[in-house]
Design a protein around this ligand. Structure first.
Ligand code: ZN
Length: 286
């Protein structure tokens, strides 16, 4: 019984963590499904206690159920997508190809936490690419944890947002590995994706990222650092109507005021065009 309860909790956690990419309806239905399973199990247990003779049989059935649950868990961990050579998110097998990925860089600065709350409300998954210079106080580390605990993935964007090709190899390594150490210190896990500031990798940073078990990820398009797009209206309009938006697009946004304000309209607009927001937890990593 205890094992079954634990299994259910694990399944709930995994489904909770991994299904954030699905639409609201999908998510509701998967949660309902788990609830149904839970109720069903409770009923089973009542009947078990009523009929002690069947205890052994039930135990075997529970074991089998636990096995099935384990299978379900491992199935849900199987990557559905991968990053291709132009940083698009493409199905590995027959997953929905009409998806886009949201990424928020230079976080958690002033608006990252607010942006995470907005996305969470919308059940919209994303990767937050973080910098070490925003994680210098216990409060900011707590903020990072809050973002991760809402189900978002945390990516490596270096310690100081340095332009890596200008640095010595030793410095490049520090920028990358120390950020992972910082994140691990705060979250007990190391980032699985690496995005170099300005997308500027060197052969050496690629090697370090690989050694650290991280997948490289630049982006398909982004505009919010350009002056003409620094209003809610302008950034919403370009993010939704750029000709670069297509299946698998990897959308770059930043921890900025105008982007924070536009985020809800961007998510809604993408969904209105039929795009599903892909859960980064389903993307294959190193
Ligand atoms: Zn950046």
């Amino acid at each position: 019984m205890k094992r079954l309860a634990t299994t259910i909790i694990i399944v709930l956690l995994v489904i909770g963590g991994c299904s954030i990419s699905s639409s609201n309806e999908d998510k509701d239905s998967s949660v309902d499904q788990v609830k149904d399973e839970e109720n069903h199990d409770d009923n089973d247990n009542i009947s078990t206690s009523k009929n002690e003779e069947n205890d052994e049989k039930e135990e075997i059935a529970e074991d089998k159920e636990a096995e099935d649950d384990k299978e379900e868990v491992s199935k849900s961990m199987t990557p559905l997508y991968e990053v291709n050579d132009v940083w698009s998110i493409v199905p590995i097998d027959n997953a929905n190809d009409k998806v886009v990925l949201l990424t928020i860089d230079d976080a958690p600065d002033k608006y990252g936490l607010e942006m995470a709350h907005t996305l969470k409300e919308l059940d919209a998954p994303a990767i937050f690419f973080v910098n070490g210079h925003f994680l210098e106080t216990p409060e900011k580390k707590e903020e990072l944890k809050e973002i991760r605990d809402m189900g978002f993935m945390i990516g490596n964007h270096t310690v100081t947002h340095a332009y890596l090709p200008d640095l010595s190899e030793e410095e490049q390594k520090e920028e990358i590995v120390e950020l992972n150490d910082l994140v691990e210190d705060a979250l007990d896990e190391r980032p699985k994706f690496f995005r170099a500031p300005n997308g500027a990798n060197t052969d050496y940073t690629k090697k370090i990222a690989k050694e650290e078990g991280m997948t490289l990820m630049n982006w398909s398009y982004g505009y919010d650092w350009e002056e003409e797009y620094q209003t809610k209206e302008a950034i919403t309009e370009i993010m939704l109507n750029t000709e670069l938006l297509s299946n698998g697009s990897n959308l770059l946004m930043h921890d900025r005021e105008w982007t924070a304000k536009a985020l809800e309209d961007i998510v809604t607009g993408l969904r209105e065009q039929g795009y599903e927001l892909v859960d980064p937890h389903t993307i294959k990593t190193e």
